[in-house]
Design a protein around this ligand. Structure first.
Ligand code: TYD
Length: 134
């Protein structure tokens, strides 16, 4: 159905002198149906989030405010994405190791997820993750 690769997706942006507006619809602008939304905020300077991959969950991360870096690792290559605009996001398919760091003061990261919360969907150990890629 959709190409399940890591990618930055530009969102609609309605520019208006009263203030800009962006939006997204599941399965229209991002390649999955949204089951859950969570957000990360009040991150103290220097803290790291993430450090896991998901067996099934896909996600889409937007910097609604401020900035942060998302580090992705597919078991072979690591890439860093600097997120600092609210009119695009990063699509991450399942099976990718993901870390988040370098949060600016007052940054707000929203994560749209394709699954309900399931602790068993996480792989939290990098060595274990690497083994799944063999
Ligand atoms: P976690 O996903 O480990 O955060 P991060 O990867 O950003 O460091 O989640 C932190 C805690 O919050 C963990 O105890 C599980 C809980 N949690 C939920 O209960 N529901 C959720 O939807 C999420 C994302 C986390």
């Amino acid at each position: 159905m959709f190409n399940q690769e890591v990618k930055i997706i530009d969102l609609p942006k309605i520019v208006d002198s009263r203030g800009n507006l962006s939006f997204l619809e599941g399965e229209v602008h991002i390649p999955f149906d949204i089951k859950r939304v969570y957000w990360i905020y009040d991150v103290p300077g220097g803290e790291l989030r993430g450090g896991h991959s998901f067996k099934k969950q896909c996600e889409f991360i937007i910097a609604l405010s401020g900035s942060f870096d998302v580090i992705l690792d597919d078991g072979a290559v690591r890439n860093s994405f600097h997120m600092n605009r609210s009119y695009y996001g990063l699509f991450i398919p399942s099976g990718i190791w993901r870390e988040m760091e370098n949060f600016s003061t007052n940054s707000l990261a929203v994560v749209l997820a394709s699954t309900f919360y399931d602790a068993d969907d996480y792989i939290r150990n990098y060595e274990e993750y690497k083994l799944t890629k063999k």
